[in-house]
Design a protein around this ligand. Structure first.
Ligand code: SF4
Length: 372
């Protein structure tokens, strides 16, 4: 059974009313549990949990310390291309956005790699739009072959692929894949993805299944916050995670919580999520799952990121550029979205240390991980 069959048993409106009907009693029960289930998740994500935020933050902090210690993994994204054949209403790279398109060649990739390495990073996240003619699997495979020897860990966030393609890329040393569903609301998904391969809701929904079957080391899930009711979307992320962990138990998992950010030609969020609510979401994920990595990008403000260090986050990007060639080749090309925290990796490192955290540029070698 793939996640599609699980997903189809749930109805958005029923989940929504069951979350909004949770009471203080449900929240207190969820807080008392040591092994929390999906009903506890609903209670903790509900409006009824707002008065318990301090308590949730404290538990989240302790659980994260127990499992991950005082460490923070650091990574940088490397945008290889802004070519894209899809229309996504919230993205600067959307096909209908008239921008100059750019795909890095081998020489340009080498320059970007050097710039990212010079900042100290050992973990890199490769990002492209979806344009099979220019940045299809062959291009990605070649890029991974070129980049892998320079980094301890290579992740990617590109279009969903077939299982065989993932197998091919894993053979080249690909460690993890991030694939966000954007929204689990089927009708709204259609509105935000009217054209291109990405408009196929179920193909995207089943991507983590294909990754699990391909034997990926780690995968990242999430919803884009602002498209639909974030509490319901987050419920589906938790449900998806729970399903995947049981089925593909050799794979590790990470979650992200990107909030819509301004970009050229931007979309106003349908649903605003305030900072306190993002804290609630981070803590709820941690209280629900003690093993999952929680990742925070430079979309968030300096102040929020400083505060979030002790909430349950285990992974952060720093000094990010969200345009192809942004580090060294073509710093002025158009970004996918505006980043908010523009501080250098060096500054982030100092802040982590001031908070008693050890910045980790590299955890351990893949060879070691595979041997365990
Ligand atoms: S979100 Fe991805 S698929 Fe959609 S337009 Fe942007 S780059 Fe293309």
């Amino acid at each position: 059974m793939s996640f599609k069959e699980v997903f189809d048993q749930y109805h958005w409106d029923d989940i929504k009313s069951s979350i909004y009907n949770k009471t203080a009693e449900d929240v207190e029960r969820a807080l008392r549990h040591s092994d929390r289930d999906i009903e506890d998740f609903k209670a903790l994500i509900s409006p009824a949990a707002a008065p318990y935020l301090e308590q949730m933050a404290q538990i989240s902090h302790e659980l994260t310390l127990q499992r991950f210690g005082n460490t923070m993994q650091l990574y940088a994204p490397l945008y290889l291309s802004n070519e894209c054949q899809n229309i996504c209403t919230y993205c600067g790279f959307s096909l209908d956005n008239k921008i100059r398109r750019k795909t890095l060649n081998d020489i340009e990739i080498a320059r970007e790699v050097k710039a990212v390495k010079d900042m100290g990073f050992q973990h890199i996240l490769l990002v492209t739009g979806e344009a099979n003619q220019t940045v299809g699997v062959d291009y990605i495979e070649r890029a991974i072959k070129q980049i892998r020897p320079h980094f301890a860990n290579v992740s990617m966030e590109v279009q969903p692929l077939d299982q065989e393609d993932y197998e091919r890329l894993i053979q080249q040393g690909l460690h993890s894949v991030l694939v966000y569903q954007e929204t689990y609301h089927k009708a709204d998904y259609k509105i935000h993805h009217p054209k291109g391969k990405k408009s196929n809701f179920y193909y995207r929904l089943e991507t983590p299944d294909r990754l699990g079957k391909a034997g990926i080391h780690k995968m990242g899930l999430g919803a884009l916050i602002g498209l639909e009711d974030w509490r319901v979307d987050s419920f589906f992320v938790a449900l998806h995670l729970d399903y995947l962990e049981r089925k593909y138990w050799k794979t590790k998992y990470s979650l992200s919580f990107p909030r819509l950010r301004p970009f050229s030609g931007g979309l106003e969020p349908k649903v605003e999520m305030v900072d306190r609510e993002l804290v609630q979401l981070i803590c709820t994920y941690r209280l629900f799952n003690q093993e999952v990595e929680l990742s925070l990008s430079t979309r968030e403000t300096n102040q929020f990121r400083n505060h979030a260090i002790k909430l349950g986050i285990t992974t952060m990007s720093a000094g990010s550029k969200t345009n192809p060639g942004g580090y060294a080749v073509e710093p002025q090309s158009l970004e996918q979205f505006e980043i908010s925290d523009e501080r250098s990796p060096e500054v982030i490192k100092t802040i982590l240390e001031q908070n008693g955290y050890e910045p980790v540029w590299k955890d351990w070698d893949l060879a070691l991980e595979s041997a365990i």
